[in-house]
Every structure is written in C-alpha cells, then in structure tokens.
Design a protein around this ligand. Sequence first.
Ligand code: IPE
Ligand code: MG
Length: 250
Amino acid sequence: MGTLDLSRLDPARIPRHVGLILDGNGRWANRRGLPRTAGHQAGEEALFDVVHGALEIGIEWLTAFTFSTENWNRDPEEVSFLMWFNEDLLLRRRDELHELGVRVLFAGDLDDPRVPDRNRRHMAETERLTAHNRRMTMVFAFNYGSRWEIVEAARRLAEKVAAGGLRPEDIDEATFAAHLAVPGMPDVDLVIRSSGEHRLSNFLLWQSAYAEFVFPGILWPDFDRHALLEAVVEYQRRDRRFGGAVDAVR
Ligand code: IPE
Ligand code: MG
C-alpha cells in the first residue's frame, strides 16, 4: 500500500507491457505451516496492489500468469482450489477492476473441458463488462501455455491456407502475431518472476523475444507495488538495444 515515488522513474521509458509470473505462494504458506492454498489466497492482495501500482506508474498492459497448462499436474485438490479461487476472485473483484478503468482479457485454452463451465461463463462476462475500458489492459493467462498458443496460431493459419483464404508466402511475423491468443497484444518489455526462480516456464515466448527479465527474490504473497517499482527502476537501468551495437547512438 502507499503511493510510489514516481520521481525515480524516467517517464519517457515506462515499460508498456509487463508480464508477471506469480511464484512462491506454496513456499510462503509452507514457511507459515499453512496449506499451499493459503498462499494462493494471500497472493490475491499482492496482485491487486500491483494492479494499483501499475496504474500509478502508467503501465498499459499487465499480463499475469495465474494458471499454466502444466499446473494440471498438481494435486487434484490444489487444482480444484485454483479453479474455484480464480472464479471467486473474479466475482469479488471485477467491479473494482471495472471502476479502475481496467479492461480484462483472458489468454489460454478456455475450451478445455477441464475448465468448469461456470468459470468460462464468468470470464466471458468479465471481458464483456470491461471491454470498453482503456486505462490499462490486464490479461489473465489462465490455462495458458506459450507452446499451446503458438501451435493454435499455426493451426488457424494452416486452416486458412487449406481453405484457400491465405497464401503461405503471405504469412509474416505480423500475420502470425495476429493469430496469437490476444491479437494486438504488444511485445512484453519487462517480465518479472517472483520467488528467485529464473525460468520462463512457457510464458509469452513469442512476445518476450526482446524483453528484459527481473527476478526479485520475494515470494509472491510478499510482493506489492513497491516491489513493482523496484523492478521498473531496474528495467530502466538496462540498455535495450534490440540487436543493435553497444555504442549505437540512441
Ligand atoms: C504460484 O505459486 C501460483 C501458481 C502457479 C498458481 P506456486 O504455487 O508455484 O508456489 P511454489 O513455487 O510452490 O512456492
Ligand atoms: Mg512455483
């Protein structure tokens, strides 16, 4: 909580799209002798504090990895808790996101029969409710995996080619990107993974081609807007060259 010291930032170099890999909920709970699910519950406040921080900083796109295509391999009780919790969180907090001017989108395999119908319905309702908001776009990467997303894009392009609506030689990077889960999503500038793990874990592989990575050692439930600010300060210290030379004039 609390307001951020924005004078620490260069307003001309605010990351437009920040990706968040929320990690460390289970460890946070374990350290307190609590069930892992208590860690996920504690992570909610961290996420919403970060949303407020992102709005203060002026970040336009925030993508949070809330359930991966690999998370189905967890204990069935934890999986059903996460399904219920994601839905419950939406129902409790979508009005708040709406009032903040946040457009909410979901990226992931929502046709997967393992995703409960009620979840699917509430996600669709939330997208509709917030569709016209423009202050920030928040993407929940839910039942998301980057390889799934890339394969889906390839499949849809192949279908168009097979149907005669597209020539293979007309497929370029922009065409491909337009077939990803969220058409129009800008490249990720900054990926933050909490808890000290240094992995991308199948998150936004295409979109993070030129991203900067920051790995704070904080467990996700202890994360907040101040930790976000620190990550953005670190991002602004980096020299982004996009393949250019070190001494190129910027
Ligand atoms: C991240 O925390 C939350 C989700 C992936 C849903 P973890 O549950 O991965 O926590 P650790 O890594 O076991 O501490
Ligand atoms: Mg983890």
